[in-house]
Design a protein. Structure first.
Length: 140
């Protein structure tokens, strides 16, 4: 599996060089529970909430044989992601060999150093972004 992040217009695409060993994508549902006098608690089934995920990995500072991409190194990835945050635009997340292909927003980005290798370890929190579609109606 490969993980790609890109701008909506696909002019800038990055492939994450190191895929995390595991991740989960929660798919919440906005159900509501109400307490009634006669029946106690009842549940109303709601619509789907926004999916989210956190990717924990690292951006290599040099070529590793297990790296999936060597186009950028270390802090270059940091600059790209920080640039996307500054533009305040959603990005596209694609995971090959899965049905995951969705617009997301960057909720949190925590880069840092940890073992003296120069590799940039990071945690990237993403949340699903749904485009707002407004219906137009003619007024008589």
């Amino acid at each position: 599996m490969d993980i790609f992040l890109s701008t909506m217009d696909r002019k800038q695409i990055i492939q994450l060089p190191i895929v995390p060993a595991e991740f989960k994508i929660p798919s919440p549902v906005n159900n509501e529970v109400f307490t009634t006098i006669n029946q106690g608690d009842i549940k109303l089934l709601g619509r789907r909430g926004l999916k989210s995920l956190t990717i924990d990995s690292f951006f290599p500072s040099k070529v590793y044989p297990f790296s999936r991409n060597n186009k950028y190194f270390g802090w270059e990835y940091y600059e790209i992601i920080e640039g996307w945050i500054d533009k305040r635009m959603p990005i596209r997340l694609i995971m090959s060999n899965t049905p995951i292909n969705m617009l997301v927003t960057i909720e949190n980005f925590e880069p840092g150093l940890q073992d003296g290798s120069g590799d940039v370890y990071y945690s990237l929190a993403l949340s699903e972004f749904k485009e707002i579609i407004l219906e137009t109606k003619k007024v008589k």
